[in-house]
Design a protein around this ligand. Structure first.
Ligand SMILES: Cc1ncc(COP(=O)(O)O)c(C=O)c1O
Length: 405
């Protein structure tokens, strides 16, 4: 039997779903298409670096409608990309080898020498590092907004800003920022707004609907969900994504096996995030009056204004809770030693609960003075609640807090 000839990519359309289908169902069925090999229900992994040219070579190839080379395109990436496109409500998607692959491709593609970039202060350390230490080398000026300035972007964003970078809820203090307000401010001066929505997932927050131009995810976190892959995604306007090319120039597309795992994981995203939302709320409530705790950080809890923004733009608050312990580093050490379920590790969003110390992990790029100014103190621990039984997690965290006193 001879193989069917490779076909133009447009023949691989996904079967449309009825428009009444909700996100949980969409995650399971939203990327179905007739696969040519054996009618597999689960799409195969196209573990190949290159593709045979079609016999007629010319027409389809010229239109760029054939698979060509895996740094540029690979069919294994299309189902997870399509699910994320549908969930975020975007026109186009690009998948990358990591969240930082996505963020660096966006920043390096969109910003030119002489541009101003505005960013929220105290966001993920890798992004801060790129903004502070890489972009200026290419002639861009970066302004970080914090405190009252971050709450009034319309007056704080200088005219001539090319790109605004927002992260909400923010890492590690879980502050909520008004996406619609940042989007209006950016649009008024012709800037592109990029929102890192990693902590929220598209099930809890949809930045494009609130006016953002691009959404970025570290898919290593909730979207992958099992702490077994690294991936990144950018979703947004086609015209913008066409300017961000992971393939030809920066060379950091997602690997086919990781794409297969990501698709497998996305099917259960709604179940996992539902439980993680519940576990986040349960733990935040259970620890807030504990004597070892100076402050609990949970999306919307800080002020009435934060609560109003969270209620407007989030449908669930996520599974992240940061706790400031009264006793500083010694209390953190006693707390970590006593945990029996929650594991000490960087990263977040997996089925297993993890705890990290922001001063040693995500926020290590900030100076101690900057961390102090932002409220990231030495007693801060960041919990990523998994899908375990809520009662078990509450017990584990409360026991460890008792030991931290
Ligand atoms: C909010 C946020 N954005 C981006 C990243 C970077 O993602 P990755 O580690 O997949 O490169 C992280 C990683 O922790 C993150 O927490």
């Amino acid at each position: 039997m001879t193989d069917p000839p490779p076909g133009p990519r447009r023949e691989w359309a996904f079967r449309p779903l009825p428009e009444w289908v909700g996100p949980t169902t969409r995650l399971v069925h939203g990327a179905r298409r007739p696969e040519w090999n054996a009618g597999a229900v689960v799409p195969p992994i196209y573990q190949t670096s290159t593709f045979r040219f079609p016999p007629d070579r010319s027409e389809a190839a010229e239109r760029g409608a054939v698979y060509h080379y895996s740094r540029n395109e690979n069919p294994t990436l299309e189902p997870p990309a399509e699910l994320l496109r549908q969930l975020e409500g975007g026109e186009a998607v690009r998948l990358f080898a990591s969240g930082m692959g996505a963020i660096s491709a966006a920043l390096l593609s969109l910003v030119r020498a002489g541009d101003t970039v505005v960013a929220l202060r105290g966001i993920y350390g890798g992004t801060t590092d790129l903004l502070r230490n890489t972009l200026p080398r290419f002639g861009a000026t970066v302004r970080e907004l914090s405190g009252p300035e971050a709450r009034t972007p319309e007056t704080a964003m200088p005219s001539g800003t090319r790109l605004a970078v927002l992260e909400t809820p923010s890492n590690p203090l879980l502050e909520v920022h008004d996406i619609a307000r940042w989007a209006r401010a950016a649009r008024a001066i012709g800037a592109v707004l990029l929102v890192d929505s990693t902590f929220a997932t598209p099930l809890n927050q949809r930045p494009l609907e609130l006016g953002a131009d691009l959404v970025v995810h570290s898919a290593t976190k909730y979207l992958g969900g099992h702490s077994d892959l690294t991936a990144g995604a950018l979703v947004g306007r086609k015209s913008l994504l066409e300017r961000i090319d992971p393939a030809s120039s920066f060379g950091a597309p997602l690997d086919p096996f990781a794409a297969f795992l990501l698709h497998r994981s996305l099917k259960t995203l709604a179940l996992r995030v539902g439980r993680q939302n519940e576990n986040g709320r349960r733990v935040a409530d259970a620890v807030k009056d504990h004597p070892a705790v100076a402050r609990v950080h949970y999306p919307g809890r800080a002020t009435a204004e934060q609560e109003a923004i969270a209620a407007r733009q989030m449908t669930g608050r996520g599974g992240m809770v940061s706790i400031s312990l009264r006793g500083g580093i010694p209390a953190v050490e006693r707390f970590l030693d006593r945990l029996r379920l929650v594991e000490i590790a960087a990263s977040l969003g997996g089925v297993e609960s993890l705890v990290s110390m922001p001063r040693l992990s995500s926020q290590r790029f900030l100076t101690p003075e900057e961390r102090h100014e932002l409220g990231i103190d030495d007693g801060l621990v960041r919990l990523s609640l998994g899908i375990e039984d809520p009662d078990d997690l509450v017990r584990d965290v409360r026991d460890a807090l008792d030991a931290a006193r």
